[in-house]
Design a protein around this ligand. Structure first.
Ligand SMILES: Nc1ncnc2c1ncn2[C@@H]1O[C@H](COP(=O)(O)OP(=O)(O)OP(=O)(O)O)[C@@H](O)[C@H]1O
Length: 261
């Protein structure tokens, strides 16, 4: 196993997440390293999206902290917090693009909002971002005119509009056929390699987890805390937590089933 001695990109410490008196997860402790493709995994309703919302500042921890590059995000003042948020790119589960705008206009929006660039420069940037996700030639299409997979890729291009250091994707493969889902996985790997960004991805799709992730956290609904953190392949083969191993081993049966088709 490789060990990087660098400071973690993201450090989550003693995090408890709750809605009122309902505790979703407690005592979460994990690191995300720079250039990791880190997946948040676990069964339905365990708190994956809620964890992502904590990491981008949409929800406050009941306890604990989240730091970026050694700086405390959780305790930061409003103004300082905006600086953190500017370094994030987010694609939500609903991930929808604005239907009344072309793909290029969808990507231009955040650039217009957050920079002083001129119109022509913004257009160039939007075209460039679409090219990065393999959508050259589709700049003037409306979301309804492209496939689900293309729409997800445009959503990723929009999340990348401001060159984020960390990309957060909530269930990017949801609703996609296996081939489009696989193409999306390949895109994520390629973007990580070419742009050097860090990815935090919510997913419960095992094929996708094994294809892209080098680091992860498993949220266990029964114990209401993390079952394990680390490389999903290693957890599948060596975790001393039965629930984690069982969850990840389902992947083998799925992969075998698919190879017999
Ligand atoms: N705004 C809210 N108020 C109260 N409870 C909530 C709220 N949002 C989520 N929850 C609860 O918190 C728990 C975790 O929800 P969350 O959506 O984070 O799970 P998830 O793992 O992302 O689920 P899924 O895989 O089904 O998308 C669930 O029990 C959910 O009902």
């Amino acid at each position: 196993m490789e060990h990087h001695e660098t400071k973690p990109k993201i450090a989550v410490r003693d995090l408890t997440m709750a809605f009122g008196s309902f505790v979703v997860m407690k005592d979460l402790n994990f690191d995300v390293r720079e250039k990791d493709i880190f997946v948040i995994m676990g069964g339905s309703g365990c708190g994956k999206s809620t964890l992502l919302r904590h990491m981008i500042g949409l929800k406050e921890p009941a306890k604990g902290s989240i730091s970026y590059d050694g700086e405390n995000f959780t305790s930061s003042a409003a103004e300082e917090r905006l600086k953190f948020i500017r370094r994030f790119g987010v694609m939500y589960q609903s991930g929808a693009l604005w239907s009344s705008m072309t793909l290029a206009e969808n990507i231009s929006m955040p650039i217009e909002e957050h920079t002083d660039l001129k119109r022509a420069e913004i257009k160039d940037l939007a075209y460039y971002k679409l090219a990065l996700v393999g959508l050259s030639g589709y700049e003037d299409y409306y979301p309804a005119q492209v496939s689900g997979g293309m729409s997800k890729r445009a959503g990723i291009a929009r999340a990348m509009a401001l060159d984020p250091e960390v990309m957060f994707l909530d269930e990017p493969g949801a609703g996609l056929d296996p081939l489009s889902s696989q193409r999306l996985d390949e895109l994520i790997l390629r973007l990580r390699d070419s742009l050097g960004s860090t990815f935090v991805i919510v997913t419960h799709e095992l094929a996708s987890i094994f294809a892209i992730a080098n680091n992860s956290i498993f949220l266990d609904t029964n114990t209401r805390t993390q079952g394990a953190t680390g490389d999903p392949k290693e957890l599948r083969d060596h975790s001393d937590n039965d629930t984690v191993r069982l969850f990840l081993k389902r992947g083998e049966t799925i992969e075998q089933d698919e190879s017999h088709e």
